[in-house]
Design a protein. Structure first.
Length: 438
């Protein structure tokens, strides 16, 4: 295999991380609010249609006797839906809380975003709330008159729509339970994290990574003046415009995923007219936790967290750790032939205006193996899988990637030697096996 080309690349359309979009994806109120508004509008529409049915029946037959016989049954259906849906909502919400609690304790708090961002969970909860509100509003619009001459409305359309909403709620509930059961299974969670990480890695391959000129010693350092939190994204377009306006090159100091606070160095400015720190802070997306958006390390972080939690004495599940190492092996193999370097963003004239740091190969390898090695040195199943992963990576790694992998191999042997005094057990624990122990 050949290394990634370092020549000219086609322009990449970089989509900044929208704070509003991220807030709505992580919130649990927006979708139910839209569903409730739709339920109010739908209740008003069906009420008008129910009145139109009575008017049309009087115009066609001069009588509403048939509708009166249907009236009591329709009201009974809507009343039953109204009372049952509230209990149903409690069941859905309880399952969500249990799933979140189990995911946080069994996997890692970092993977809770898979549950919080699940569109199916929000859809099931929203449709159930909308069904309850719709049935409640329909009952307010009842015409209780039993006199055919005074009857103005019969809930024909309202009862049909209520039944359809119940059927939709039941269908979403079944899908929701199935999805929740899948998300509670370790292999599925690991697979989701690995797939998202792979998407980030493939997107990184299109970004303009290249050896960047270092910031000169006399570069002016700007300090952060915004809110504290994790750096989730930077607005590349805005920073390029700022740098071009001041005829400068901005060297971003923190990486995506770093925690920054007021007073943290954020940019080193190579130029004579440094911009104001406040303008730089406005181009930074700072949040309470990390996201997968342009964060090369976050996928590894989640997989490592799952592995070391499984290796804790309270859980003692080395098989889960082996499954996490499988995906770490996959991601590292993808990065083996990539050229690492800072992301150099250019303006429309081709001049480098922004240099964004990214994790290097050494730091990624340390993140992938160090904690698992330290926690799993006493588990032969884990050490055998780590040995197999390192052997496979060394077999296909180019020369410039081998030193870090060889160092991890030496450290693994040393850790197992300290844990296992018996030479035969030690030899068994260091024998490569892609399944750990079968």
């Amino acid at each position: 295999m050949t290394d990634r080309q370092t020549g000219p690349r086609p322009p990449v359309r970089y989509r900044p991380l929208s704070p509003l979009r991220e807030h709505l994806r992580e919130s649990f109120w927006f979708a139910p609010l839209l569903a409730c508004v739709a339920a109010v509008l739908l209740a008003g529409l069906t009420a008008e249609l129910d009145e139109a049915v009575v008017s049309q029946s009087v115009a066609d037959t001069g009588s509403v006797d048939e509708l009166l016989r249907f009236n009591s049954a329709a009201k009974s259906v809507v009343s039953t839906v109204s009372s049952a849906m509230l209990t149903f909502i409690g069941v859905v919400f309880s399952i969500s809380l249990v799933a979140l609690q189990m995911a946080a304790s069994q996997f890692s708090p970092r993977v809770l975003r898979l549950y919080v961002r699940s569109w199916l969970t929000k859809a099931a909860f929203s449709v159930c709330l909308a069904t309850f509100l719709f049935a409640l509003l329909v009952q307010f619009s009842y015409d209780d008159s039993t006199d055919p001459a005074k009857l103005t409305s019969v809930p024909v359309f309202s009862s049909v729509v209520a039944v359809l909403l119940v059927v939709l709620s039941l269908g979403l509930f079944v899908l929701y339970v199935q999805s929740t059961m899948r998300l509670l299974r370790v292999p599925h969670v690991i697979d989701r994290v690995a797939n998202e990480s792979m998407a980030v890695l493939l997107q990184y391959r299109l970004m303009p990574a290249e050896p960047a000129p270092p910031a000169p010693p006399e570069a002016y350092t700007l300090l952060h003046e915004g809110r504290s939190g994790v750096l989730r994204d930077v607005n590349i377009g805005r920073l390029l415009r700022i740098a071009r306006k001041h005829d400068a090159v901005l060297h971003l100091v923190p990486r995506i995923g770093d925690f920054i606070a007021p007073g943290t160095p954020i940019v080193r400015v190579a130029g004579e007219r440094p911009p104001r720190s406040r303008r730089i802070a406005q181009a930074l997306n700072v949040g309470v936790d990390r996201t997968m958006h342009q964060d090369l390390s976050f996928g590894f972080r989640q997989l490592v967290d799952i592995a070391i939690r499984a290796l804790s004495p309270a859980v003692n599940d080395p098989t889960t750790a082996v499954q996490a190492v499988d995906r770490i092996h996959q991601l590292l193999a993808t990065l083996l032939h990539e050229s690492f370097g800072d992301l150099c963003h250019r303006d429309r004239n081709g001049a480098v205006r922004l240099v964004e740091p990214v994790p290097g190969w050494s730091s990624i390898v340390d993140l992938a193996f160090t904690e698992i090695r330290l926690c799993g040195a006493g588990h032969p199943q884990v050490t055998r899988r780590l040995t197999a992963a390192l052997d496979d990576l060394l077999r296909i790694a180019p020369d410039r990637r081998r030193p870090e992998l060889l160092e991890q191999q030496v450290l693994l042997v040393r850790a197992v030697t300290q844990e296992q005094a018996d030479p035969e057990v030690r030899a068994f624990a260091l024998r490569p096996d892609r399944q750990g122990i079968g």
